[in-house]
Design a binder for this molecule. Structure first.
Ligand code: GAL
Length: 422
């Protein structure tokens, strides 16, 4: 894999590996945990892990870096690692686990995995992502579904529209909502939020195989195809359903607009459900969930996970192993995922206490695995290397905000960015 890493990353790797030798031993039994869960629902959810770890006698040192989708957190992590002082545990998702594994910085979790029978508990697609070079180096916390549409039913009813199931319905509902004085689609203009919507439009118009060709295989013909151009056009049309206050807005504030009835809908992963839950709203009555139009049979996954960094101190290592064990135990899985809006990554748990959206998510996760329509979210670090993802984010956001850039030009740029990736 190192041959594929760009020069800068290899250089960083050499530096970080050298620096890591002098990692100071962490205080006994303490785990410093880097994560980006700072919204109301997220903070409550991560608090359940802190409480469990502390109930086993260890100390949780919180290292929360605000910023949806973890872009800021990953920047901070790199600088901490470069200075030879990485946190004991960090939220690292998707192929980036491989990138950090390649640097030789991650602790081996095979013993905990074997004791907890992770190979049996976890679906292959999840287990593979947690391993580097055949060894477990990360533990999955949850499975989020990204291709969701959320709505406030009172607002829909007031405008006389129903939850849209096609893009045509979405645009005509948008007109009615606008006339009734609502923002049809709540959004925050940040690159990862733009990409979150865009990837669902591509899945909707192209289907799972096309999505994989474009965003996993980085196939240039797919990236500049008519289907991609049409997806880009539909994506930009959605801009007309948003409000002027969207630049820079955090995702949870956009969810708040749906909660307080200022906006009708939001396209967002099911961490948005954590906000509805924190506001004491019930799925199916106070708020609605549905797959993004045209993606009912598919599931875009986003798996949060914690990787542990190698430390010398034995007590700290013990605390890391305890945290890894707790994460997959039923107690944590049930409580955390109900608060967070996600589903457990292990598929053997009783889902009866979960709300109807989570139950739908679990059923669709299973059926999409069977139908090969389970795809990794590129907006959430699941599908491609971080440098390519960064280039895609730039192109998509520039296109979304720049009236002079055509869909054809944007598609051409995506294909060009992909060609530089090999
Ligand atoms: C995702 C992450 C979720 C949620 C969201 C908003 O990337 O997987 O757990 O935190 O970002 O920050």
């Amino acid at each position: 894999m190192s041959a594929k890493l760009p020069y800068a990353r290899r250089a960083l790797g050499a530096f970080v590996t050298a620096a890591a030798v002098s990692v100071p031993a962490a205080q006994a039994g303490e785990v410093e945990v880097l994560h980006w869960w700072t919204s109301g629902g997220e903070a409550e959810a991560v608090g359940t892990l802190r409480d469990l770890l502390e109930s086993e006698g260890h100390t949780w040192k919180d290292f929360a870096v605000a910023g949806g989708a973890g872009d800021s957190a990953m920047t901070v992590l790199k600088s901490r690692a470069m200075s030879g002082n990485p946190p004991a545990a960090a939220q690292i998702n998707g192929p980036e686990i491989q990138e950090w594994g390649e640097l030789g910085l991650l602790a081996n979790l095979d013993a905990v995995a074997e004791e907890g029978n992770w190979d049996e508990l976890l679906p292959g697609v999840v287990a593979d992502m947690m391993q580097h070079d055949g060894h477990y180096v990360a533990v999955p916390v949850n499975v989020h579904r990204v291709n969701w549409l959320w709505a406030n039913p009172e607002v829909l009813a007031d405008a006389g529209v129903e939850m849209p199931t096609t893009w045509d319905e979405m645009f005509s509902a948008g007109e009615a909502l606008r006339e009734a004085g609502y923002v049809p689609l709540a959004h925050g203009g940040q690159p990862w939020q733009d990409a979150t919507i865009f990837e669902s439009v591509v899945l909707s118009l192209g289907g799972a195989d096309f999505y994989r060709d474009a965003f996993v295989e980085l196939d240039e013909d797919s990236l500049k195809s008519d289907t991609m151009i049409e997806s880009l056009s539909t994506f930009k049309r959605l801009r007309g359903l948003m409000d002027e206050g969207m630049p820079g807005r955090d995702w949870n504030l956009a969810t708040g607009m749906v909660i307080n009835g200022q906006a009708a809908m939001q396209i967002m992963g099911d961490w948005a459900k954590g906000e509805f839950t924190a506001a004491d709203m019930q799925a199916g009555s106070d708020y609605l969930c549905a797959a993004v139009p045209g993606t009912e049979d598919a599931f875009t996954f986003n798996i949060d996970s914690f990787a542990m960094f190698k430390l010398d101190d034995e007590a700290a290592q013990q605390a890391q192993q305890t945290m890894a064990r707790l994460v997959l135990e039923p107690e944590f899985q049930q409580t955390f995922n109900q608060i967070k809006g996600s589903i457990p990554p292990r598929t053997d748990l009783d889902m009866s206490a979960f709300d109807s959206c989570a139950q739908q998510s679990m059923a669709d996760f299973q059926s999409s695995r069977e139908a090969s329509t389970l795809v990794p979210s590129f907006a959430h670090r699941m599908a491609m290397r971080s440098d390519v993802q960064g280039a895609f984010f730039d192109i998509i956001t520039n296109y979304f905000n720049d009236e002079s850039m055509s869909a054809e030009q944007a598609a051409e740029r995506l294909a060009q960015a992909a060609s530089l990736a090999f």
